[in-house]
Ligand binder design. Structure first.
Ligand SMILES: Cc1cc2nc3c(=O)[nH]c(=O)nc-3n(C[C@H](O)[C@H](O)[C@H](O)COP(=O)(O)OP(=O)(O)OC[C@H]3O[C@@H](n4cnc5c(N)ncnc54)[C@H](O)[C@@H]3O)c2cc1C
Length: 591
């Protein structure tokens, strides 16, 4: 197992050249967060995550969180102490408003910090991730008293948050949930029902857990229109606001899982638990969407963070492991990094990782612009870009997380498959990310059914045009950029064709569009990645740093020539329609 090293130079590069962070920090409210300041904060954060959180990762996997017969949950060795130090150091509060004790830094800086936290220990990172989503929902929809009551302690991380959507019969179809909420004379509600798969639904790292719970009032309409959202604290609050008597929510069991063993995935029983309505009755889905959008970007980032951690380990192993004699080597035997096929795997990891970092931080920067830019037109445009990029970050980011951690296992050979090296953990941990926070199938459906049709397709056309506008700069940059230019132009053509096909056929034949939705999402991810790496190479060429310029040029060229062409191969799947998916009856699908 290797020591995790935070990739700070690349994060700083992306912030400056892809996010255009200086223009973002110039927006009102961010005067204290210029580029040198945030780079300093990220350096300190990187050290903390590597030194304090990173070492808990292995125990998290081997011990796992443990359910106790009294309904409590004991987290793995080191989690509690690392969490207290995380809270004490103030990391949890960095991107939240100062009115509630936050650091009021841009969201993109919170997201960059999240990469470092997640690489250090993904199972641990889920506790702050869920808390952050709950904070966001309360900031948007909580009333003044609710915000004053819960946010200061949640912003510091002293209290943690959860998100309670899933029930046995209600997974992707949240509208099928049946947990009931009955209004009381004092305006509170009594919540009864069972929730499953609740991340950090019970644990020993904080003095209070603030559950956000979706439930139905007795006369609510069916489906998603009849869902309301409630605050259900684990401990009811005393007059002075401190946690007192236990509320009617208990952890019945926790799941045994493929990965993220350190993160307790809880079955929660609500029995007449006291809950407080957020917003109005039946507006629960709107509130949960705030949490989910926030969390979808963070889950996309999990793919990047685990790919980075696994890549660092694979790169080290490839230099240490001696096997065979590489072509052209004068030595008797060679480290495996000298073999072309191992280089192919390493370059594939490096190129996708850098592309994903650009994509995710670009999206996060647009979240800041959509919230804080003084010009309403810029806010509106950034909001559309966030809408388009979020399912791509989630779907493409997490699928690549699985593929790239799998490559890290492959580079380790048999030592990757045994648990001793620890690289298998990253592969196992990564596998959940395409499933939760809306499966990647649901992300693809969101892309084709909601995001591409924004403004009758005009919004996505504008984004495609902005990707094409890099062509002029690539032409001017000369011969070294020629193949990047050619491949990008070709693949943007196929992407445009696929997108146009879905837009023109989707309304009349929704199943045809949905049949091609996942390949189309992959095509989008590949092309946006190629565009952003091309921009990175151009920006690096302008820095006067010859080593950086060569690194970025080679990475962008490798991607453009060897990975990006995969996008074109997907065109046939996107435009095939649904005929053969349904041609065989279900009982003839077995061979
Ligand atoms: C470790 C872990 C942690 C979790 N944490 C939380 C949490 O904190 N809070 C919470 O509320 N939930 C949580 N979940 C639940 C998670 O969000 C759900 O598992 C997920 O939404 C999928 O629901 P499901 O498992 O019921 O799968 P299903 O909805 O049954 O889906 C099964 C398959 O069918 C596909 N499918 C279903 N409907 C459609 C459709 N309309 N179109 C196309 N394909 C479709 C899916 O893509 C998937 O491939 C967690 C789950 C796990 C395993």
């Amino acid at each position: 197992m290797t020591y995790y090293v935070a990739p700070l130079a690349d994060i700083a590069f992306v912030l400056e050249h892809i996010v255009d962070y200086p223009s973002l920090a110039a927006m009102p409210g961010f005067e204290h967060a210029d580029l040198p300041t945030v780079v300093g904060v990220l350096e300190e954060c990187g050290r903390f995550m590597a030194d304090v959180v990173g070492p808990t990762n292995r125990a998290g996997d081997t011990e796992g969180s443990r359910w106790q017969p009294d309904g409590s949950v004991v987290t793995p060795t080191g989690f509690k102490e690392a969490y207290h130090r995380y809270v004490e150091a103030g990391w949890a509060a960095v991107p939240f408003p100062s009115a509630y004790g936050g650091g009021a830094f841009p969201w993109v800086i919170g997201v960059a910090m999240q990469e470092l936290l997640t690489s250090a220990n993904m199972a641990f990172s889920l506790c702050p991730l869920l808390t952050q989503g709950a904070i966001d929902a309360l900031l948007h929809y909580g009333d003044e008293i609710q915000r004053e009551t819960y946010l200061p302690k949640m912003v510091t991380g002293e209290w943690t948050g959860t998100m309670n959507l899933t029930e046995p019969q209600a997974g992707s179809d949240v509208g099928a949930l049946t947990t009931r909420a009955v209004r009381q004379d004092d305006g509170s509600y009594r919540i009864t029902g069972q929730k499953i798969f609740i991340t950090y639904g019970e644990h020993d790292m904080a003095s209070q857990i603030v559950h956000l719970v979706l439930a139905r009032t007795p006369d609510a309409p069916a489906g998603t229109k009849g869902i309301s959202c409630f605050i259900v604290p684990k401990f009811l609050l005393r007059e002075d606001g401190s946690p007192g008597e236990r509320n009617g929510v208990s952890c019945v069991s926790i799941e045994h899982k493929l990965g993220i063993h350190g993160s307790p995935t809880c079955v929660l029983a609500y029995e007449d638990a006291v809950g407080y309505l957020i917003g109005e009755e039946n507006m629960g889905m709107r509130i949960m969407f705030v949490m989910m959008n926030n969390a979808r970007l963070s889950v996309g980032l999990e793919g990047l963070a685990l790919a980075e951690r696994a890549y660092q380990q694979a790169l080290q192993y490839a230099q240490d492991r001696i096997q065979g004699k590489a072509v052209g080597s004068s030595a008797k035997e060679s480290p495996i990094i000298e073999h072309a096929d191992v280089r192919r795997m390493l370059m594939t990891q490096k190129a996708y990782i850098e592309a994903l970092r650009c994509l995710i931080l670009l999206n996060a920067g647009h979240i800041d612009r959509s919230n804080h830019h003084p010009d309403e037109a810029v806010r509106a445009r950034s909001s559309e870009i966030v809408g388009l990029l979020t399912p791509i970050c989630k779907g493409f980011g997490t699928d690549m997380g699985v593929e790239l951690t799998s490559l890290a296992v492959q580079i380790h050979g048999g030592m990757g498959y045994v648990e001793e090296t620890g690289v298998a953990q990253h592969f196992r941990d990564s596998r959940i990310a395409p499933i939760y926070e809306g499966t990647n199938g649901i992300q693809a459906a969101d892309l084709v059914a909601r995001k591409l049709p924004m403004r009758g397709g005009a919004s996505v056309q504008e984004f495609l045009a902005s990707m094409r506008s890099v062509d002029g700069e690539l032409a001017e940059a000369g011969e070294a950029f020629a193949s990047i230019r050619k491949n990008l132009a070709q693949q943007l053509d196929t992407l445009e064709e696929a997108t146009a096909w879905v837009l023109s056929n989707g309304a009349a034949d929704p199943n045809a569009a949905l049949a091609g939705s996942s390949p189309l999402l992959r095509q989008w991810g590949l092309c946006v990645g190629g565009w952003l790496l091309a921009r990175s190479a151009l920006a690096a060429a302008g820095t006067g740093n010859a080593v950086l310029a060569e690194n970025k040029l080679v990475t962008a060229r490798f991607y453009a020539e060897q990975l990006l062409p995969r996008a074109g191969g997907l065109l046939a799947s996107v435009t095939a329609g649904a005929r053969d998916l349904f041609a065989l009856p279900a009982d003839r699908l077995h061979s």
